[in-house]
Design a protein around this ligand. Structure first.
Ligand code: IMP
Length: 424
């Protein structure tokens, strides 16, 4: 099995960790290929306690797995060191982590600009995580970014920071009425972090291609989700990178034909954090019920997630734009105890029915879900380990979701624990 992509098929937070757990034994490399510390997943440490990772790939807990922060990621060096220190303090050996020399750095001014821009946007804000992700990618595309390799050359680093602050300080002071950042302070803090990161800096694309040539398996771990993709998501309410499967090749430096499997992670209902359209959102007591039953609070920001029914229009869309080979359906157990479970099968856009994602932002904002109601089930699912053990209505729900979503459902999550999963 060459390279496998795991990608969120909704707006993120689908429970991608389940897939990593299920594939764990077969994988020698785990790679992050986009995003930064806007992501968040909780892993269970050997001492049984939870630990939240934001930047480091989830394979770090397995000593035989090599972990890569790929060229497509934006890296906040201070956050990276804090996360490593947190793991080491809890006796996790994080030696097996390398960072691409070509990944871009999130600099202190990116974090500052992210926060002030959001404040400035007021009602039109994106609801970003405030971690400097968008501004770091802006600089990458504008060709004024600072890369991990620049940590190895203090002179070049200083030149780049000086050039960046020449402009950014004017914006901070004159547009946003904030204090200017000091070149020396920025350079010194980044260089200090750089000295610690230096032994981990590598040409990761070379190593990944060599690993694939040697027949090893590489898991490319997407962060956020399909509908947050800057090209394919609900723009402008998106993140600034490409979580979709094509982004995995670009963000890791492997050729697309080496990817043989694309696993889409689908939650059995839908959630979203931050602003933007969400047709099946429930703003009533049922939304509150899903939030409580599913523990829907963001790992990175602590923000409550918006909740709603399963939306097959976006699942079909995700299947198409990612080339999903199979889905993992997560959190089916959260839907236990409902009389009826609505599933969105299409949208009504200004009186017209559409089965596919609306083409324009305006139509997406006007989309009203068309629901099909399925009978619910009352049983606790957490002990089910085969598809046949699920209550008949839960099975019918999975089958209908599969039919509507356009790819096979190969695994089903029935509880938070690693083993609380059914494979089909
Ligand atoms: P940014 O990635 O911080 O720029 O935020 C852009 C949008 O993506 C906001 O709506 C965030 O709430 C959302 N977002 C970013 N990372 C995640 C994630 O890991 N899960 C869910 N939403 C996310």
């Amino acid at each position: 099995m060459p390279a496998i992509v795991v990608i969120g098929a909704q707006w993120g937070d689908e429970g991608k960790g389940k897939a990593t757990d299920l594939l764990g034994g077969q994988v020698q490399w785990v790679v992050r290929y986009q995003g930064g510390n806007n992501a968040g997943h909780t892993v269970v440490l050997p001492d049984g306690q939870d630990f939240a990772l934001h930047l480091i790939p989830s394979g770090i807990l397995n000593p035989s797995v090599r972990n890569v922060i790929g060229n497509g990621v934006v890296v906040n060096p201070t956050v990276l060191l804090d996360e490593l220190a947190g793991l080491e303090a809890r006796h996790v050996d994080a030696a097996n982590l390398i960072v691409s020399a070509d990944a871009h750095l999130i600099m202190p001014y990116h974090v500052e600009i992210d926060k002030v821009t959001e404040r400035y946007l007021g009602k039109a804000k994106i609801g970003t995580t405030g971690r400097g992700i968008g501004p770091a990618y802006q600089d990458k595309v504008a060709r004024v970014g600072v890369r991990v390799a620049d940590l190895l050359d203090a002179k070049i680093l200083r030149e780049k920071v000086e050039a960046a602050l020449d402009f950014k300080n004017q914006v901070l002071v004159k547009v946003y009425n904030r204090k200017a950042l000091d070149v020396d302070e920025v350079v010194d803090s980044v260089l200090a972090a750089g000295r610690e990161i230096e032994p981990r800096i590598a040409d990761t694309r070379l190593l990944l291609n060599q690993a694939l040539d040697a027949g090893e398996t590489v898991l490319l771990e997407g962060s956020q989700g399909t509908l947050l993709d800057v090209d394919h998501g609900t723009y402008p309410y998106v993140t600034s990178s490409n979580p979709t499967a094509g982004g995995a090749a670009v963000g890791s430096g492997i050729g697309p034909i080496r990817i043989s499997r694309v696993i889409g992670i689908l939650k059995a209902y839908t959630t979203r954090v931050g602003s933007g359209p969400f047709p099946t959102e429930l703003t009533d007591a049922m939304g509150e019920h899903l939030r409580k039953a599913g523990g829907e609070v963001g790992v990175t920001t602590g923000r409550e997630r918006r909740c709603g029914w399963f939306d097959s229009v976006i699942a079909r869309y995700a299947a198409r734009v990612n080339g999903i080979t199979d889905f993992f359906l997560t959190k089916l157990d959260v839907l236990s105890g409902l009389e009826r479970v609505p599933v969105c099968v299409a949208y009504d856009v200004d009186g017209r029915r559409t089965d596919e994602m609306p083409m324009t932002q305006t139509d997406m904002h006007h989309a009203v879900p068309v629901y099909e109601e399925l009978p619910g089930w009352w049983e606790d699912l957490s002990d089910c380990r085969t598809f046949g053990e699920l209550p008949v209505n839960a099975r019918a729900y999975v089958q209908r979701v599969e039919e509507l979503s356009g790819a096979r459902i190969s695994a089903i999550g029935v509880g938070p624990g690693r083993d609380e999963t059914i494979t089909r």
